[in-house]
Design a protein. Structure first.
Length: 216
């Protein structure tokens, strides 16, 4: 193995190691509280766990971590709160490990007066606990699971997962829902398409199993 090759290899290894070591160096905890009354929330991120919990004071609050290179743009417009991940990185900053898992968590606290909730992420989980919305819940995840407990939606639930599973419980009975399911033959499901209800449950699973129960 030539000396020139060894020097090049060492330089590449050093280039990879530097962003790995620096991945956690300036993350800090931060939070956001809605300024106005929020009726709709849209979250569009990646490599982030998104937890959604019930708000204790009837307002929207978000807890998260961000750094100078990975941060969020949060805005409010006509009752809709939007949150998007933003990057300020060189190409070398994308080489190496992700930030520690503790910094890759977003927790959103929502009121029971919320009308619509839309969440998109990838490579991590979406987890909802005892959430109520009057209209539509839409959850989209690529390479990450979708989990929910006692999810209560007034009109529609839309679930889209790739390369992971959907597990959860929905408030109501299966007869309340018109159910559509798109999945591969090898993917399992404990529920089946139905036209019986007035609400909509729309499920798309690509390389993922579906396990949903209904609770009153």
């Amino acid at each position: 193995m030539g000396k020139k090759y060894l020097l090049t290899l060492c330089a590449l290894l050093a280039l990879i190691a530097l962003p790995s070591c620096a991945a956690n160096n300036d993350f800090t905890a931060d939070s956001y509280s809605a300024i106005e009354e929020v009726t709709s929330i849209t979250i569009d991120v990646e490599d982030r766990i998104v937890n959604v919990r019930e708000s204790e004071d009837g307002s929207v609050h978000i807890d998260y971590f961000e750094s100078s290179k990975e941060f969020y743009e949060i805005s409010e417009n006509n009752g809709t709160l939007s949150m998007q991940i933003k990057y300020n990185k060189k190409w070398t900053d994308f080489i190496g490990t992700k930030p520690s898992s503790e910094f890759r968590v977003i927790t959103v606290y929502v009121p029971s007066t919320l009308s619509d909730l839309s969440i998109t992420t990838k490579n991590e989980a979406i987890d909802l606990a005892s959430i109520k919305v009057s209209n539509t819940v839409s959850l989209n995840n690529n390479n990450g699971t979708i989990r929910f407990t006692n999810l209560d939606a007034g009109e529609a639930i839309k679930l889209n997962v790739k390369n992971d599973n959907i597990n959860g419980s929905i408030v109501g009975s299966v007869e309340n829902f018109k159910i559509t399911i798109e999945k591969k033959d090898k993917d399992s499901s404990n529920i089946y398409p139905s036209n019986s209800g007035t609400k909509t449950l729309d499920i798309k699973a690509n390389n993922g199993d579906i396990n949903i129960s209904f609770v009153n």
